[in-house]
Design a protein around this ligand. Structure first.
Ligand SMILES: Cc1cc2nc3c(=O)[nH]c(=O)nc-3n(C[C@H](O)[C@H](O)[C@H](O)COP(=O)(O)OP(=O)(O)OC[C@H]3O[C@@H](n4cnc5c(N)ncnc54)[C@H](O)[C@@H]3O)c2cc1C
Length: 366
């Protein structure tokens, strides 16, 4: 079969954003080419993939959680059927509460209607007795899911390759040619080119006006001989079962960092947190790092380039790609096909609007 050169869409980047967007465009019978190069610092292949209704010390409800979560569940279930892989696992989080203040806040919030399905107190922790450093108290968080993002990315790449529409290339911006209504890249032409480059977007000259605020995240894959568990633990960091005795432990979160590689700072931080959590020794299997495409207002960046409408961006999934990705990938696909609008909160137009009002977009609102 000869390689097709004309497409409706070229997608640059096949992390979670590019995977989801290509899926929804293919469902609309679009001719799609996906180009990816595995840059150091990409994140979907190392992320824990948690979908969490309640996050942070302040026990805040995730933005538009119910509508995004039910759509995410449906989407990952569809991928499971298409790819023959298990991607979606529901399991509660046993969350350490470190002070009377945190316990009181947990109890207070659990009486609010919007938290009643999620926050529970006094989980059964007998399995962990003598194996964990006991915190002040424990709470239990339900309604949590874990999406196997690394498996999704790998299997989707195989799926696209089998269709002959996956291409390995580090896209060179200099070679993108903008024509009247089309865009050309090397021997491909398309009506649209969509950048889904994760944190690499900071060096994209077409969208350099977007104020990303990337955060580096480091984690460890560990074994804990003598301790098998199915629940997710959240002390100061997460310890998440991956199966076969392996656990994902992390993560760090830093705005200031030297580069994408695992650092000494990250290693020391994670080891210290693991020692504060576990009363058993643990074995480090791997130390990994990635750079999250975070945005100060914690909303994704979706939209067309203001001057070059054949170029678009779908990015800014930040720390919540597993939850927000499916909902906004479908919204982006509908928008690109002229079938729907973008929500104001995610439209890149908000950046210019904020500047006109004198708002400093780079100020984190975490
Ligand atoms: C330690 C850690 C833990 C996390 N845990 C969670 C979690 O529990 N739950 C959650 O929802 N999110 C989590 N995240 C965040 C999650 O990883 C992101 O929200 C999401 O994966 C971002 O996906 P993306 O496709 O935008 O970026 P990426 O996954 O980085 O993908 C971008 C892809 O584009 C490629 N690329 C870039 N530029 C080019 C180019 N010019 N040419 C070709 N290819 C290019 C990159 O190499 C990469 O393959 C975590 C992140 C980290 C670092």
């Amino acid at each position: 079969m000869s390689r097709p050169t004309e497409f409706d869409f070229i997608i640059v980047g096949q992390g979670l954003a590019g995977t989801l967007l290509s899926h929804f465009l293919l469902l609309e019978n679009q001719r799609v080419a996906v180009i990816d190069y595995p840059h150091e610092g990409r994140t979907s292949n190392i992320a824990a993939g948690l979908i969490n209704p309640v996050t942070g010390r302040r026990i805040a409800k995730s933005w538009r959680f119910e509508e995004q979560c039910s759509f995410a569940k449906q989407t990952y279930r569809d991928f499971e059927l298409l790819l023959g892989a298990k991607l979606w696992t529901e399991r509660p989080i046993a969350r350490a509460l470190h002070s009377n203040f945190e316990v009181n806040e947990w109890l207070r919030r659990s009486s609010f209607p919007e938290f009643e399905d999620y926050l529970f107190d006094e989980p059964d922790m007998t399995h962990f007795e003598g194996k964990l450093q006991a915190p002040h108290a424990w709470g239990e968080l339900r309604g949590v899911a874990q999406v196997a993002l690394p498996i999704l990315i790998e299997k989707w790449q195989e799926y696209l390759s089998a269709k002959g529409i996956f291409f390995l290339d580090d896209v060179d911006y200099q070679q993108i040619e903008l024509m009247d209504s089309d865009v050309r890249y090397k021997d491909f032409t398309a009506r649209n080119l969509v950048f889904c480059e994760g944190a690499k977007a900071v060096s994209n000259p077409f969208f350099s006006h977007l104020p990303f605020l990337p955060t580096k995240g480091e984690l460890m894959l560990i074994r804990i001989p003598g301790l098998e568990f199915e629940r997710i633990l959240k002390h100061n960091i997460f310890i998440i079962p991956l199966g076969e005795g392996l656990y994902w432990a992390g993560a760090t979160s830093r705005y200031e960092f030297d580069g994408p590689s695992p650092s000494e700072y990250g290693r020391d931080f994670l080891v210290e947190e693991l020692e504060k959590t576990l009363a058993l020794p643990f074995e480090i299997i791997q130390h990994l790092a990635g750079i999250r495409p975070t945005v100060a207002d914690v909303r994704p960046f979706l939209g067309r380039h203001p001057d070059y409408p054949s170029l678009s961006i779908f990015n800014g999934l930040g720390t919540k790609g597993a939850l927000m990705g499916p909902f906004f990938a479908r919204q982006m696909a509908s928008y690109l096909l002229g079938k729907g609008q973008l929500d104001e909160e995610v439209d890149i137009i908000r950046v210019g609007n904020a500047a006109r009002k004198g708002h400093d977009f780079k100020k984190p609102s975490l």
